[in-house]
Design a protein around this ligand. Sequence first.
Ligand SMILES: O=C(O)CCC(=O)c1ccccc1C(=O)O
Ligand SMILES: [Mg+2]
Length: 354
Amino acid sequence: MRLERFSLRLADPLETANGPIEAREGFLVRVGGPGGDGGRAEDGDEDGNGDGPASGLGEATPLPGWTESLDDCRAALDGGNPDATTPAARHGVSLARADADARRAGERLCDRLAAEGPFDSDGVTDAVPVNATVGDGTSEETADAVRDAVDEGFDAVKVKVGAREAAADRERLRAARDAAPDAELRADANGAWDRETAEEMLDAAADLGFAYVEQPLSAENLSGLASLRGRGVGVGVDESLASHSAREVLAADAADVLVLKPMALGGPDRTLDAARAARDAGADAVVTTTIDGVVARLGALHVAAAVPDVRACGLATGSLLAEDLGPDPAPVRDGEMTVPEGPGLAGGALDSLY
Ligand SMILES: O=C(O)CCC(=O)c1ccccc1C(=O)O
Ligand SMILES: [Mg+2]
């Protein structure tokens, strides 16, 4: 396995209830070599044959609060076989191995994931609908950003809330709806509210026809989240899935929508298992990034493509970065991202990175 440290600045900080996200740091993970074995540690080829291009590419981009720290990620990667206690490290390795497997088989990663994954159908969605992501801002800034997103062709827009007073956020939700009368709107409070504020905000979101609100209460408060359901707007969770399994969250009836981040869940395989758990429990699944580089973004796109009936996903985050690991073979067009042709993550489109 070969690791390359990177740091990617955001074009503008993404303002959230937990403060701004300004940069994303992590490791590009390369496994295997020419004719290599995909870097499986059990085959005694941990360093991936040194010369020549790698056979698989992954990305480990920890986000403290959601995953292990950068130092713990590095240590787990150096250990060679990270487990889900260091989800970003496990993501990097499992994505790289899955990419190598798919390339060896001559198949797109999504086809491989669908064939081997937990869903009975091995059909994939070639173009995944995605939501635009609008950070905290004034009502006017929010309305402008939502209008721009609709003009660019997005049918779904997610607005970050919880960074300001409830009354101000209510105005922002209204401004978003006025700017996009026909869009599917979502809000994301990142766990910022107490029970009373959450009830009030969910009722306002329901009146405005929002589809769901992500993490209206803190991650640990599964019973509180459960009690917020049924108010005319869905309850989504993502922070809760960093500390509880999908099955625990679903058993607590805590969510209508599981918002699944492969980086925080430990990789593509674990994300598909969580999506299957959601479907078995009658909940929906949405796949999103943690604002990742192009390798993890593509990985998440392939995962989303392998989830039957996936709703619009939070994968349109490439444009939030000022710089990236390489060219983007799956730009957003008309509110969708199309899975790249060719084997693995992107056929030959990422050749310069291997
Ligand atoms: O879901 C999206 O639209 C984009 C991703 C996103 O919002 C996000 C990005 C980094 C960390 C946390 C979150 C989040 O969903 O809370
Ligand atoms: Mg969220």
